[in-house]
Design a protein around this ligand. Sequence first.
Ligand code: GLN
Length: 194
Amino acid sequence: MTVGVLALQGDFREHLAMLRKIGVDGVEVRDPGQLAGIDALVIPGGESTTIGRLASIYGLIEPIRSRCLAGMPVLGTCAGMIFLASSTAEGDQPQLGLLDACVRRNAFGRQVASFEADLDVVGLDAQMHAVFIRAPWMEKIGADVEVLASVMDDRGVSHPVLVQQGRILATSFHPELTADTRLHEMLVALIEQA
Ligand code: GLN
């Protein structure tokens, strides 16, 4: 089994290290032709406008969309979540439109642009330590999107930060920046279920 990591911009090397840690072959993906050789895809954190623009220039948007619509599991973290979603609160940027969600970029505000939190995650026994860096949250989600973890903002409003829609997993935070490999293991489990 081989997991591709979209390697256009952002912290794709950290995702490759996580995959190595759980004994899964990871490959950098930059070319549409490489999609044929992978069983799942990770879209890293970084800058979603840059990832979207480069994906569009490299002709990756439609090929990724069709692989995922045909059932390939995908994990998008932070900018990767934004790129997976159908829209952003701020306006237009290239997106895959696979995750039925409207995402607000840099949503946690300037004062708390980056922070860490311990999350209760549906289906996991122990909490997940999560690193948020200029993180987005989900503003509106479709009926098929299951919320697996949320974070409360400073006004006491809860926002989804980890969701699943079929074989799509998306996080506002960066699992690749901690030692916790459980989300990468969840992605691999989705391949095995396919
Ligand atoms: N703020 C970035 C964006 O809008 C995401 C930040 C991240 O991936 N850490 O794309």
